[in-house]
Design a protein around this ligand. Sequence first.
Ligand code: AKG
Ligand code: FE2
Length: 331
Amino acid sequence: MSKQFSATVDITALLDPNSTVAQQNHVGEQIGEYCKEFGFFYVESDLIPWSKVVDKAFESATIFFEQSTQEQKDTLSMRLHGQHRGYFNIGDENVDDTSEVSVIDIKEGFDIGLDPSKYTTKNEFSEAKNNWPEWLSSEIWRTNMEAYFDLIISVGRAILKGFSISLGFASDYLDSLFTEPLALLRILKYSPLSNYPKDGVDKIHLGAGEHTDYGCITILLQDLSSSGLQIKHKDEWINVPPMKNKLVVNVGDAMEMWTNGLYKATTHRVVLTQSNSSNPRYSIPVFFEPNYEVPMKSMIGGESKYNSQLTNMCFGEYLAARLTSTFTYRK
Ligand SMILES: O=C(O)CCC(=O)C(=O)O
Ligand SMILES: [Fe+2]
């Protein structure tokens, strides 16, 4: 049997304004250790409103996919609107841009960003407007998603505090680079494999190909009824099963570059087999990213391990380049 991942951090001390510095430092150090070892960890806290906000967002995500026709979804597509907001279909994002064989992710999704009114600087991300699915009970749907987005941004800020502590910065240092965050909330659906032609064997199909995330922090809500996420640790694939009232957090490439390799952006994938995938799998990653103009160079000094073409960019330019290599609407 494959190994199961279990590293968990209770982030209450980082969310609670009344916690002591000693409590915050303890949690920050624990987060730092997991970022160096795995680049992944679960977070939990009694301060997270699981049933009031998290479960509602999950239910709303499933409603979007179950109650929208393909024509309706297509009216909100990134391809049609030429901006990084809205719907993308199977084959529109292929996260493994290194594989020699063409790998198509068996997933579709819908991206929501922050409203342009939250930004003072102008760039392709800050100016992109959300396309809301008006055919759903729209106000409630939008309210549920926005409440979840706000919540996860506060979880992201707590994690940034932990990162800052573990890296020896002032505890609000990284937060000061996220005053106008290029955050993105994505709802994903992996269709059941029964929708695809059977080839007689229970082969592995990739819902999402092997990849590292581009940015700083990904905070992922998984479908409790459907496993599939795996991380590569010391050349071995380890399952990261969905856990009730826990979110999965992982470090992306930008965070690895800022820490000059100290924190690991770990390779992961979503595997679907005929036996684990008779139902759709839904998930909601939030990509919590800094302000557009934050430089990509190392924040901790030392000779850079990374290509200077990348480290000379600012975050927004780097993000645009990464999206262009994986999203077909940008080609
Ligand atoms: O759906 C999942 O569980 C993981 C998705 C993922 O890795 C991603 O969107 O970057
Ligand atoms: Fe990912």
